[in-house]
Structure formats: structure tokens, C-alpha cells
Design a protein around this ligand. Structure first.
Ligand SMILES: [Zn+2]
Length: 165
């Protein structure tokens, strides 16, 4: 199995998690899977609204579960798969956790600005530059399928759903 093939299968799994979360109406449907040596060490969905926890993004939930599963705080060699370009908080959390790769689906410019703080500079450019020895970032896998989960750039989401505004 090539890396590309494995990446596609795993981003599809993150997509399925997000789709299941969407069916349950659990807020912005974002799915995340963390894999190391072919084994899933953690996965999660966005739990911000469900748990009244502004930090409970899918990636943070998955990182916490992986750390608990492995009983350690760093998982070098792991890849984090997310249906949407991770925000700055989650990207830095991945670096703190020693994650080696991030692979994501929908790109920031494919979705409504509510998913990213207006103030948030493009953290990916920053990370690619400042942490290039620590982390590889690949975006745009199954991007169109993932983007369908979210409000598009020109949609008008209900005000109550615009948590980041
Ligand atoms: Zn995040």
C-alpha cells in the first residue's frame, strides 16, 4: 500500500466520523484520526458545543485520546488526519504532541470564514516555515468531499452557528 493510498483511506475515515457527527447535529462536523505505524492511536469529532468546551476541536479530542491510550505525551512518527485545515491551536497542539505529519481535506478558502478567526494569520505558512523540521503538512485530500460538510465561502450560516465570529 502506497502512502497516498493509505492517506486517502484514512482521510476517508475522518470524513466518515464527521458525517456521522453531522447526522447527530453535533455542531461543525469535523473528524480527526491519528495513526502511527498503521495503527489508529486516537480519533475524535468536534465536541465544542456538546461539552461547552471551546478547545474541544476534533484534533484536540483525538490528541487527548491518543495520549491517554499510549500513556505518553509525545507520539513522534504519527500522522494526524483532519477533514478541515486545522486551526492554529490544533496545529500547535500537534507540534507539542510530536506529530510528524498533518494531512487534511478541505482548504481554508473552500469554506466559510466562520471556521477561522478573521484575526488568525495563515498559521500553515507560519508552521511550514518555523517548524519545517518537525512537521510536514499536506492539504487538499478529498478536499471537495470534505468541503461539502461545511458552509461555503459565500453561504450565509445562521448567526447562532457562527461561534468564531
Ligand atoms: Zn482547531
Amino acid at each position: 500500500m502506497t502512502d497516498d493510498y493509505a492517506d486517502l483511506a484514512l482521510i476517508r475515515r475522518a470524513l466518515q466520523l464527521a458525517q456521522a457527527a453531522a447526522r447527530e447535529g453535533k455542531g461543525a462536523p469535523i473528524g480527526c484520526v491519528i495513526v502511527r505505524d498503521g495503527e489508529t492511536i486516537g480519533q475524535g469529532e468536534n465536541e465544542v458545543d456538546a461539552n461547552n468546551d471551546p478547545t474541544a476541536h476534533a484534533e484536540i479530542v483525538a490528541i487527548r485520546r491518543a495520549a491517554k491510550n499510549l500513556q505518553c505525551t509525545r507520539f513522534e512518527g504519527a500522522t494526524l488526519y483532519s477533514t478541515l485545515q486545522p486551526c492554529g491551536m490544533c496545529t500547535m497542539a500537534a507540534i507539542w504532541a510530536g506529530v510528524s505529519r498533518i494531512v487534511y481535506g478541505a482548504e481554508r478558502d473552500q469554506v466559510h470564514e466562520m471556521y477561522f478567526e478573521n484575526r488568525n494569520l495563515d498559521i500553515m505558512d507560519f508552521v511550514r516555515d518555523a517548524f519545517k523540521d518537525d512537521l510536514t503538512v499536506t492539504g487538499g485530500l478529498l478536499a471537495d468531499e470534505c468541503a461539502k460538510l461545511y458552509y461555503g465561502p459565500d453561504d450565509h450560516p445562521p448567526q447562532r452557528e457562527q461561534a468564531n465570529k
